[in-house]
Design a protein around this ligand. Structure first.
Ligand code: SF4
Length: 448
């Protein structure tokens, strides 16, 4: 039995060699040792949003939002990476590890409060929450048995139409028009819509099979007849539209990490949600979230804060911390003309068509079927290098762009390639989906 996923398919498309190391090597795949800040922060935001929406599903009310957000933040922060256990940038000093841990936790909190102000109220008003991070699994091939697994962040139902939407949350260090446009064609929305549609079809069919067929029978007592009719009507109301109406992409902007003071070894994330500026004016302190601000009096339309202003970290130097800082921005108390909260979250609804879905499914299935002889050992190669060169080609364009590939150390060194785990640079991949995890536990258990 083979378990596959959307990210596995995408990884092989980016670079077949990367796909091999990430998913196939040793029957499991390897990943870089140590936590990755971008991934840890992104996962924590996902965890926080899931906890927030689970609470809102139980209490679908705007009044429940502050408590749901606080629950989400608590859940996100407990899931975050251990301080000191992350992959650093070149030149980044180890001594700042605690600072980075505190900063990233503040960032997660800031993004979740920002979402609570900027997006959640509208969604609570417009949609019913149907599913939160529900695991889906569907067979896409019988021989061999191949299962596609996925976890949809959120499924929403529009109250006014009953239409279903798949929500995909992303965290990104930057947002540009090319990235935004790429979501129109991304595979995640297509594969998740397909998974959801399969479940809806199955559930609808089961509901119809369970409707009562004898309601028209004259010999049943009138009370039984009425109850049966009411039951069948309830079943009809439970039938969902089989097509997913759209995919809502929602991106939370983390902002880039960089060395604010060159050569200091201290890398920071300059997000207005966690870093601010302050200035002592008389006995009062003035605050700002952005160094550059709008000024129509200037030719450029912009001004900078200038003399007397100093940067500071919100999480340890602002009364009330991140929660109160974001609340103050939302209330328009700090540089209101900049609309900075709106700039930290972007959302757009995309509509998929059946052709996109059918093409992706055929291609995904074909790719997995091609790997089967490699799993079965049907081919014999004189060396690992010969095997890799035969099937898992290297897309060198992807080595450094859009970011440095995690497997560069393997591709650059025959020694690391021969034993990635032994090199200390890599560890075995932890599966993210339940089916694959269970099958690995079974395989490893049978070996032990
Ligand atoms: S380093 Fe380059 S060739 Fe090697 S796996 Fe990564 S992208 Fe592919």
């Amino acid at each position: 039995m083979i378990f596959t996923s959307r990210s596995r398919f995408e990884t092989f498309l980016q670079c077949p060699r990367r796909g091999y190391w990430n998913y196939l090597h040793g029957g499991r795949g390897v990943t870089l040792a140590g936590s990755n800040i971008a991934l840890s922060t992104g996962s924590a935001v996902h965890e926080g949003l899931a906890a927030m929406f689970r609470e809102l599903k139980a209490k679908p009310n705007i009044k429940a939002l502050p408590h749901a957000t606080a629950l989400g933040i608590a859940s996100a922060l407990t899931s975050m990476f251990k301080i000191g256990d992350y992959q650093r940038e070149e030149g980044e000093e180890h001594s700042y590890q605690e600072y980075v841990g505190a900063e990233q936790k503040a960032l997660v909190e800031g993004l979740l409060w920002c979402f609570a102000y900027q997006v959640a109220p509208d969604w609570i008003e417009r949609y019913n929450i149907v599913d939160v991070e529900r695991e889906e699994r569907r067979k896409i091939s019988n021989n061999p048995e191949i299962w596609l697994e996925g976890k949809i962040d959120l499924v929403l139902e529009e109250k006014s139409t009953g239409d279903l939407y798949v929500v995909s949350f992303k965290t990104s260090s930057s947002l540009d028009s090319r990235l935004v446009d790429s979501y129109r064609y991304d595979i995640q929305g297509v594969s998740e819509s397909w998974l959801l549609e399969q479940r809806i079809a199955e559930t609808n069919q089961r509901l119809m099979e369970n409707s009562l067929k004898y309601v028209e029978d004259d010999i049943i007592p009138i009370e039984v007849h009425r109850a049966a009719v009411a039951y069948n009507e309830a079943i009809l109301r439970a039938i969902k539209p089989q097509k997913v109406a759209g995919v809502i992409m929602c991106v939370l902007l983390k902002n880039r990490r960089y060395e604010r003071v060159k050569g200091s070894g201290k890398w920071e994330t300059l997000s207005p949600l966690i870093k601010g500026y302050r200035k002592l004016v008389g006995s009062d302190i003035e605050y700002a979230h952005s160094w550059q601000y709008s000024n129509s009096a200037n030719f450029s339309g912009k001004s900078i804060l200038g003399k007397g202003w100093e940067p500071f970290d919100i999480w340890d130097s602002y009364e009330g911390g991140i929660k109160e800082w974001v609340a103050a921005i939302a209330a328009g108390e700090i540089q209101p003309e900049e609309r900075v909260l709106a700039q930290q979250i972007w959302q757009q609804t995309y509509y998929r068509n059946d052709r996109q879905m059918g093409d992706w499914l055929d291609q995904h299935q074909a790719m997995e079927e091609e790997f089967v002889p490699f799993f079965n050992g049907d081919f014999e190669f004189s060396s690992l290098e010969a095997k890799l060169n035969n099937k898992f080609w290297q897309n060198r364009k992807a080595c450094m762009y859009p970011r440095k590939c995690d497997y560069l150390a393997i591709c650059d060194s025959a020694q690391v390639e021969a034993d990635p785990i032994g090199s200390g640079l890599y560890e075995w991949r932890e599966p993210h989906h339940e089916g694959e995890l269970a099958s690995l536990v079974q395989i490893e258990g049978s070996h032990g």
